[in-house]
Design a protein around this ligand. Structure first.
Ligand code: AKG
Ligand code: MN
Length: 233
């Protein structure tokens, strides 16, 4: 797989490389306590994609990474593919309100009660962005050889056109999206730095797939938290 990080020219990888003046010019820069959050909407057909760079300050992102790496209930999930048991190339852990069950590829992740730090971010997502969230899937990519393959977050328990809020901590990794039907539209390639929040909404899970490809360029670990809303029957 080609893992060349083709930057989306409009959407640079992080505010850290930009001058303070350029940061001030960004149309939607807002001040969140001690750090500047830069919000960019990526124009795509059939869905909405927004990145909030520096949603967490670098101090917050670093300390949260250390705590969560040590304290989350990381497990090696094994899924069934064509009758074979296959270990997925990352560790994961599932958190949520009571009754939030989540399965993929026939595997039901055990539900953990909220970790305080995950709960704190959940409250920020609800309070600041007005999102409705009752669960979070945590992924730990131990190095560049860990990955997640092409998929959509379209499990029935997420309902129609779910909003997924994805927080990145640790090593920066590339995140790719491709349209399911319009094969002529090119793959959208984004870099997700520590402290960024990516919000996928609208019809995006219906029309697009996303993945986190393997890369030889990264040897450090990364944690990703995808906040979701599980619908009860
Ligand atoms: O690690 C990421 O950025 C994406 C993870 C993801 O797509 C998922 O858990 O469904
Ligand atoms: Mn996903």
């Amino acid at each position: 797989m080609d893992d060349t990080p083709l930057q989306h020219s409009l959407f640079g990888d992080s505010t850290q490389r930009e001058s303070p003046q350029k940061q001030r010019q960004a149309a939607s820069t807002i001040k969140a306590s001690d750090h500047a959050v830069r919000v960019e909407s990526i124009p795509i057909e059939d869905g909405a994609l927004t990145i909030h760079y520096n949603w967490l300050s670098s101090t917050e992102a670093t300390s949260m990474f250390v705590t969560l790496q040590q304290q989350l209930a990381w497990e090696q999930s094994v899924i069934r593919i064509y009758g074979r048991q296959v270990a997925i190339p990352r560790l994961n852990a599932w958190y949520g309100d009571r009754g939030c069950q989540y399965s993929y590829s026939g595997y039901q992740l055990p539900l953990n009660p909220w970790h305080t730090q995950l709960q704190r971010l959940r409250q920020r997502l609800e309070g600041e962005l007005g999102l409705q969230v009752n669960s979070a899937l945590a992924n730990l990519y131990r190095n560049g050889q860990d990955s997640v393959g092409w998929h959509s977050d379209d499990e029935p328990e997420l309902g129609v056109d779910p909003t997924i809020a994805s927080v990145s901590l640790g090593a920066q990794r590339d995140f790719h999206l491709k349209h399911r039907r319009n094969t002529s539209s090119s793959v959208v390639k984004l870099a997700l730095p520590a402290g960024s929040l990516l919000v996928m909404s609208g019809k995006i899970q219906r029309y697009w797939q996303h993945c986190l490809p393997k890369t030889k360029k990264v040897s450090e670990p990364r944690i990703n938290l995808t906040y979701r809303h599980i619908k009860f029957k």
